[in-house]
Write a protein that binds this ligand. Structure first.
Ligand code: ZN
Length: 163
C-alpha cells in the first residue's frame, strides 16, 4: 500500500527512542515491528502527528516535548502508603510496579519511588513523564484496519489477539 498514513490504518514501525543524553530507552530492534492503529491515541501524540501523511519506507527523526509525549511530571501523583497495603510485600523495592484501583475502580499503575520504614512512596507518573523523547522511526507496513480492530481501538497481530 503506498497511501499515506491516515486514521484507521494499522501502521508497522521500527523505532528507537532516546532521551536527551542519547541513552536508548526503548527500541524495536531485534523484535517484530510495533503495530499501532493510527488515530486512536495508541502512541504518544507527538509521534502520531509526525507519522500522519508519511508512507511505507520513509524514515524520520522526531523530537517531542513532554506535553506531546508522556506528559509533564506531576508531583501530586505521588503518595505515601503503608507497607501492609501491598499484597506482595516481598516484591517491594524501588522501581517495582504495582497495579491499584483508583476511586473510580480503574486500574492505575504506580512505581515504588522510595521505601522508608513502613512507608512506601508510590508515583503514578509515567516513567517517562517530564522527559523529551527523541525517536528514530522507519515505517515498514501499512494496511487498512479490520472491523474488529476498529471496534477495539487497537491493532491486532496477523495471527491473533494480544490484549
Ligand atoms: Zn482487540
Amino acid at each position: 500500500m503506498s497511501d499515506p498514513i491516515s486514521a484507521n490504518h494499522v501502521v508497522g514501525i521500527h523505532y528507537t527512542l532516546r532521551d536527551d543524553k542519547k541513552e536508548v530507552l526503548d527500541s524495536s530492534e531485534g523484535q517484530d515491528p510495533l503495530l499501532y492503529l493510527h488515530g486512536h491515541s495508541q502512541i504518544v501524540p507527538g509521534l502520531e502527528n509526525a507519522l500522519a501523511g508519511k508512507k511505507v519506507g520513509e524514515k524520520l527523526s522526531v523530537s517531542i516535548t513532554p506535553a506531546d509525549g508522556y506528559g509533564e511530571y506531576d508531583p501530586k501523583l505521588t503518595s505515601v502508603v503503608e507497607r501492609n497495603q501491598f499484597p506482595n510485600q516481598a516484591q517491594l523495592e524501588v522501581g517495582a510496579l504495582f497495579e491499584f484501583s483508583n476511586a473510580k475502580g480503574h486500574p492505575v499503575v504506580v512505581r515504588v519511588a522510595e521505601l522508608k520504614g513502613d512507608s512506601v512512596t508510590v508515583d503514578a507518573n509515567h516513567p517517562l513523564a517530564g522527559q523529551n523523547l527523541h525517536f528514530e522511526v522507519e515505517i515498514v507496513s501499512l494496511r487498512a484496519a479490520t472491523q474488529s480492530e476498529l471496534e477495539h481501538g487497537h491493532a491486532h497481530d496477523g495471527d491473533g489477539h494480544h490484549h
